[in-house]
Write a protein that binds this ligand. Structure first.
Ligand code: ZN
Length: 165
């Protein structure tokens, strides 16, 4: 467990509290039965492993339910939890676009408009100050993006790694 990383100690207290709250009580954690999208990802730099689940609506257009499972550091688990919050109810195209935006925000490539209904993303944005931890935070998003791509081409399984991202 990497919860004692110095970077986490240096995160602003407020941001750290928000992230640890997600870590302790993650949203939508656990296997999702009947999910069309089931995809694994790992971040070997930290040892984070996640599985991301997406269950589509009857038309196969939007993500009716998004879950994640796995083990990882606090930043990875918090980011995965927030990913499920943001992507639930979104179309596959929107989910891909939003994932790109969040990843660009984490890499400090772009400004991100924090959704008013999801203020916790401001805390996630704090991770960009610690480049070595950014891949912990991008893992769930990359995994979901690859899961969506695999689903669109009819592949049932895919694995992702943020190692060379
Ligand atoms: Zn990590």
């Amino acid at each position: 467990m990497s919860a004692t990383h110095d970077e986490e100690k240096n995160l602003d207290q407020l941001y750290r509290d928000v992230l640890f709250e997600h870590y302790r009580r993650p949203h939508h954690k656990g296997m999702l039965v009947g999910a069309e999208i089931v995809t694994k990802g790992n971040n070997p730099l930290c040892g984070d492993n996640v599985t991301v689940f997406g269950k589509l609506d009857a038309k196969g257009e939007l993500l009716e339910h998004v879950h994640f499972d796995g083990k990882g550091c606090a930043i990875c688990m918090a980011s995965s939890s927030m990913m499920t919050d943001l992507l639930t109810g979104k179309t596959l195209d929107e989910a891909e676009r939003l994932s790109n935006q969040v990843k660009a925000m984490l890499r400090n490539e772009t400004l991100f408009k924090v959704p008013p209904e999801l203020p916790d993303f401001e805390a996630l944005e704090g991770v960009k100050k610690f480049p070595i931890r950014v891949k912990c935070a991008t893992l769930a998003w990359t995994t979901m993006q690859n899961g969506i791509l695999a689903y669109k081409v009819g592949k049932l399984e895919c694995e992702s790694s943020t190692e060379n991202e």
